[in-house]
Design a binder for this molecule. Structure first.
Ligand code: C2O
Ligand code: CU
Ligand code: CU
Length: 542
């Protein structure tokens, strides 16, 4: 199979130093492992602490009662390292949960046994460009990609997922996503709940047909809004119930949904105690009545059940919020099944978007239930101070007086960044960034003059590959007042983040370091339908 793959290989050569003579034939170092042909070679001077082989394959797993569901499943095998670095999440479509420590050197051998090209990206990890899973590195069925990198990130709940050109949404939906949990000594010294009291919860939405098979339709209206499943799954299971003991827990939440944004709250009014975000622990715990969790984002909660009665239950809900598109011209005027009821703050104002899901975005629905199942003495107290975080300063930015603006827009059935659509290897002058620089970047979602000419603004969770960033400020224009008020106090400003929700009418300014590695690092909307529609670009760090 020539064409794209050869093109990709040539690009691969452009950004890595490896020389291959004749891209159409396999180079001499390409060896077959378990029948898979290597696209790149392991390097002789990289000595891994942990080596894992991951194979992407089709599988049938039990999700609903009755027929099994056909999914795409990653299955792993530890080649070097402790057995507990990997949990295959057997019986679910979730990719293996990986548990690594800061400073460890990791080799991942990725085999593609799917009937399609694919590649995995390590979301939130600071790794070299050619280890980052850029779509240009997609491998064919029967091929192997070898990743080698050191874990430079601090402790945190990271994750990984397919990042294949124009089909990321569909591939993630089919199952290609899993957790990548990093721990470090500073975090370990805090004596946070661990073992059974450290629980990862992956929140996703899926739709099924009468035979229990996944339904994914990406007609234009769904692509504009993003695909919304009709059912919430947690860790790949419907009607998820977490049994707990009467003690403190660390709950790590990942929004692994394609486009659904959650407004998380406990149903009994207990505030959420947030201890961590995308890039690990906060400086100190924060309490919020609710927290917004957009696709790609993670959240760590502290929850103490010690005062609760055995047999009592608690539900984590997504609360109502206003998803109105602002200043739209009614271009989405279709008639979706189960479209939003009027009133209810559901947001049909301004000729905005209608939901195409029976579980509309911004409505109130349960996500998971917690059942206090047994009495147990805990020995954990919530630390007042969690982890030191050095605040980045605007004056240290290379472009302190000249922020890089990224205008988010949806227009004429496309989703754009600075008016541009994704194109592989298409770096424009304003997308080049000097290595080892700190950059001031602002995402403008119709703050400056949006809502004109049939444009409309939707919430966009903006994600940048590479190092974590800090949020400097949020500004919102007057037109967005009401809908913004329905989410504002649930937007977390502190800590290290890699994905930030930019609401309609809002401008969010961040400071992001681009240290250590040259090459291509993507920035894109993590609404995966938007990403596939082209709301994605590369920075070239040089
Ligand atoms: Cu989680 Cu480029 O994405
Ligand atoms: Cu990423
Ligand atoms: Cu978007």
């Amino acid at each position: 199979m020539k064409t794209t793959t050869d093109l990709q290989r040539r690009k691969l050569l452009k950004y890595t130093a490896i020389g291959i003579a004749g891209a159409a034939t396999y180079p001499s170092w390409a060896k077959a492992t378990n029948g898979f042909v290597r696209i790149n070679s392991p390097s002789a001077d990289f000595l891994p602490d942990v080596e894992i082989e991951l194979t992407m394959n089709t599988a049938d797993v039990p999700i609903l009662s009755g027929n099994k569901t056909h999914v795409w499943k990653v299955t792993g095998k530890v080649i070097k390292g402790a057995a507990n670095v990997l949990d295959n999440n057997e019986g679910t479509y979730l990719a293996p949960t990986l548990r690594l420590k800061t400073g460890q050197k990791l080799r991942l051998i990725l085999n593609n046994n799917l009937p399609a090209q694919s590649i995995l990206h390590w979301h939130g990890l600071h790794v070299p460009a050619n280890m980052d899973g850029n779509p240009m590195y997609a491998i064919n069925h029967g091929e192997t990609y070898i990743y080698e990198f050191e874990i430079l990130n601090r402790a945190g709940t990271y994750f990984y997922h397919a990042h294949t050109h124009s089909v990321t949404a569909r591939q993630v939906y089919s199952g290609l996503a899993g957790l990548f949990i990093v721990s470090d000594d500073q975090e370990q010294s805090l004596n946070l709940p661990n073992g059974d009291q450290d629980v990862a919860l992956v929140i996703q939405d899926r739709s099924f047909d009468g035979q229990n098979q996944l339904v994914y339709s990406a007609h234009m209206m769904q692509r504009m809004q993003g695909f919304l499943g009709e059912q919430i799954l947690v860790n790949g299971r419907p009607d998820f119930v977490l049994p707990v003991a009467t003690r403190a827990y660390r709950l790590r939440l990942l929004n692994g949904s394609n486009s659904r944004i959650y407004k998380l709250a406990w149903d009994d009014g207990t505030p959420l105690t947030v201890i961590g975000v995308d890039g690990g622990l906060l400086e100190k715990p924060e309490q919020h009545a609710y927290v917004m969790l957009a696709p790609g984002q993670r959240l760590e909660l502290w929850m103490d059940f010690s005062e609760r009665a055995i047999g009592s239950e608690l539900t984590l809900h997504s609360l109502q919020f206003d998803v109105a598109a602002h200043g739209g011209m009614g271009m989405m005027g279709g008639r979706g099944r189960g479209m939003m009821g009027g009133g209810m703050g559901g947001g049909m104002r301004g000729g905005g978007m209608m939901s195409v899901s029976t579980l509309p975005s911004g409505s109130d629905y349960p996500i998971l239930k917690i059942r206090v199942a047994k009495k147990e003495q805990g020995n954990h107290t919530l630390p007042k101070v969690l982890t030191p975080i050095t605040a980045l300063r605007i004056k240290d930015a290379a472009n302190a007086d000249n922020p890089k603006t990224i205008a988010l827009s949806m227009q004429h059935m496309s989703a754009l960044l600075n008016g541009r659509s994704y194109k592989m290897d298409d770096i424009q002058p304003d997308e080049m960034i000097p290595v080892n620089s700190l950059q001031l970047i602002e995402f403008d979602n119709g703050f400056d003059g949006g809502g004109m000419h049939g444009m409309m603004n939707m919430p966009h969770p903006m994600h940048l590959h590479g190092e974590q960033f800090q949020i400097v400020k949020r500004e919102v224009n007057a037109r967005s007042g009401d809908s913004y008020a329905s989410v504002a106090s649930g937007l977390i400003q502190n800590g290290w983040q890699d994905t930030v929700l930019v609401m309609p009418g809002e401008k969010v300014t961040i400071l992001k370091p681009f240290n250590d590695f040259k090459g291509l690092f993507m920035y894109h909307c993590h609404n995966l339908e938007h990403e596939d529609m082209g709301m994605m670009r590369d920075f070239l760090i040089k």
